[in-house]
Design a protein around this ligand. Structure first.
Ligand code: ADP
Length: 502
């Protein structure tokens, strides 16, 4: 009887379930979107129950498509959108408020009001920065603004989790309340030096320790799924064995397991992570220090850069400017013009993330002249994705004082060859894309399989990794620097835009 690993890949807009075999092939996928709520400008929420129900229905569908029974599933792994915070009542398991999504900026003013001493303390202890993006201020907001929440917390009746914790809680029928080091680290309540929740941080955000889950590794048996998860006829209880945030999962799925290996995921946003092994590299160039993984008795770290708008800039071309019908044809348009007009699009629609961290920047198109055509704008938008990723790559190279040998890529927009070639050109490094770009799901699948001996070790997994293509730079450094000079100038002109026009 062939056995499989099932991964729940809970993203920002949709939930997916993937069934994987020993060779790392995906034998079935089911995906379903769930509603996004935008109650006010800058607010983004999900209904945690809708997330669970959507996730569960994709689970049933994926098993059905693969035609497998509970007995054939060796383990369930979980990967999730990070930082999104949900608080529920211990007594009835019901969320007391919608999950506040990582994109939500309602706590921006609060975060900005923090004094320099606190800013420095948080940076030193967490490796992150005080920013509405992370969970800490969102949890405080729920406790401060939902009626009765503080009282319930005092009585020890509340549970806080990021979405991995919530899914594991529901999957195990309310038996297991845990998180993993990699997800915990994104909350601003976790100390990367002690690898535990930190009282001083909890005090700063006024969050009681009693609401926090226990922290485990990313790969171990946390518990079993409740009987009846699969169906009323199939009461098999399956071990739940991995928990890891999506970007960290992709780093593992790309097998960037050694110091200096890095990956870029081009999705809605663009996330660049570089493994730094057991070293915590504190960036002096605007990057975050994050946990890569807690596996095999070791905690490893990574440097991370987040670009807020990447693939969504392509959606903007399609849905707002309406100058393309679909994402795929951007590649064709970009190939119709050369770069001699030097048009630059800076898509800082929600401000700039790494390495600039300017919440007041707004987008701009630069270098327009009478001959500028739609093709130039499309091309410049694709290039902007690569320029932004390159800014992060450059910051990483400065932090580790070494050049990166290659970049492993994945995510929806990595299918765009123009974009990938431009990335290789502008970053002056090789770009490697695997055949299986479901690296986010694969990371959690591998970690779950390793926990139960489905795969013996990482070497066995390496055999599954196959390259689709490897692109080398086609321009020299002088040309890359010249192009990049225009980009840097354009980005600088967008700084503080909202403040300047106030
Ligand atoms: P997420 O996981 O963030 O939802 P995906 O990895 O599914 O994102 O990638 C989807 C994003 O990639 C979309 O924003 C889409 O515009 C972009 N995209 C998809 N295909 C292409 C393409 N061929 N060229 C450029 N962008 C693309």
């Amino acid at each position: 009887m062939e056995k499989y690993i099932v991964t729940l890949d809970e993203g920002t807009t949709s939930a997916r379930t993937l069934v994987t075999n020993k060779k790392g092939d995906i034998v079935s996928i089911a995906q379903s979107e769930f509603p996004q709520y935008f109650p006010k400008d800058g607010w983004v929420e999900h209904d945690a129950n809708e997330i669970w129900n959507t996730q569960r229905s994709t689970f049933t569908q994926a098993l059905g498509k693969a035609n497998i029974t509970g007995e054939q599933i060796s383990a369930i792994g979980i990967t999730n959108q990070r930082e999104t915070a949900v608080i529920w009542n211990k007594e009835n398991g019901l969320p007391i408020y919608n999950a506040i999504v990582w994109q939500d900026t309602r706590t921006a003013k609060y975060c900005e009001s923090m004094g320099q001493k606190d800013v420095d303390m948080v940076r030193e202890k967490t490796g992150l920065i005080i920013n509405p993006y992370f969970s800490g201020s969102k949890v405080k907001w729920i406790l401060d603004n939902v009626e009765g929440a503080r009282q319930l917390a005092k009585e020890g009746k509340l549970m806080f989790g990021t979405i991995n914790t919530w899914l594991i809680y529901r999957l195990t029928g309310g038996e297991v309340f845990i998180t993993d080091h990699a997800n915990a680290q994104r909350t601003l309540m976790y100390n990367i030096h002690t690898n535990d929740w930190d009282d001083e941080l909890l005090e700063l955000f006024d969050i009681p320790r009693s609401i926090l889950p226990e922290i485990k590794s990313c790969s171990e048996v946390y518990g079993k799924s409740y009987a009846g998860l699969i169906s009323k006829q199939d009461m098999t209880q399956i071990p739940v064995c991995s928990s890891i945030g999506d970007q960290q999962s992709a780093l593992f799925g790309q097998l960037c397991l050694n110091d200096g290996e890095s990956k870029i995921t081009y999705g809605t946003g663009c996330f660049i992570l570089m493994n730094t092994g057991e070293k915590r590299v504190m960036s002096t160039h605007g990057l975050l220090t994050t946990i890569a993984c807690a596996y095999d008795g070791k905690i490893t770290y990574a440097l991370e850069g987040s670009v807020m708008v990447a693939g969504s800039a392509i959606q903007w071309l399609r849905d707002n400017l309406r100058i393309v019908y679909n994402a795929v044809e951007t590649e064709w348009y970009a190939g119709q013009v050369t770069d001699d007009r030097r048009v630059y699009v800076v898509p800082s629609f929600t401000g700039l993330g790494s390495p600039y961290w300017d919440a007041y920047s707004r987008g701009g198109i630069f270098g327009l002249d009478r001959g500028t055509k739609r093709e130039h704008i499309v091309r410049a938008t694709l290039e902007a994705i690569a320029y932004q990723a390159n800014d992060v790559v450059n910051a990483m190279q400065k932090d580790i004082k070494k050049d990166l040998k290659f970049l492993k890529v994945d995510g929806g927009a990595s299918k765009n060859k123009f974009l990938m070639q431009f990335q290789a050109d502008i970053s002056q490094t090789n770009v490697v894309k695997p055949v299986n770009v479901e690296t986010t799901a694969m990371g959690a699948a591998y970690l779950a399989g390793l926990a139960v001996g489905y795969w013996k070790n990482v070497d066995e997994i390496r055999k599954n990794y196959k390259n689709d293509f490897e692109l080398k730079p086609t321009i020299d450094k002088k040309k890359a620097d010249w192009l990049n000079k225009g980009w840097s100038t354009a980005v600088e002109r967008t700084f503080s835009w909202l403040k300047d026009i106030e």
